[in-house]
Design a protein. Sequence first.
Length: 94
Amino acid sequence: MENSNQENLTEINLEEQVMEALELVRPALQMDGGDIEFRYIDDDNYVHVTLTGACGSCAISPMTLKGGVERVMRDRIPEIKGVIELTEEEPAKI
């Protein structure tokens, strides 16, 4: 049971770190009329997000996601392997 509790604490801590990293990039996205919504972290440590507002339909959003969001995320949280964009219609968790 102790191992399960440790895993839950690790998941919570990882999610908190992800949320903090998203708060760092959010102002830049909002300046351009967009935003980012955290969806979940999968079992392989990929963060799933949805770009909203202007970012959701922007032609360079893949570059924003990889070059901005993912770079900040991976610099601050080595456990994170990458960031994957979900559309608003996709389920929050598989």
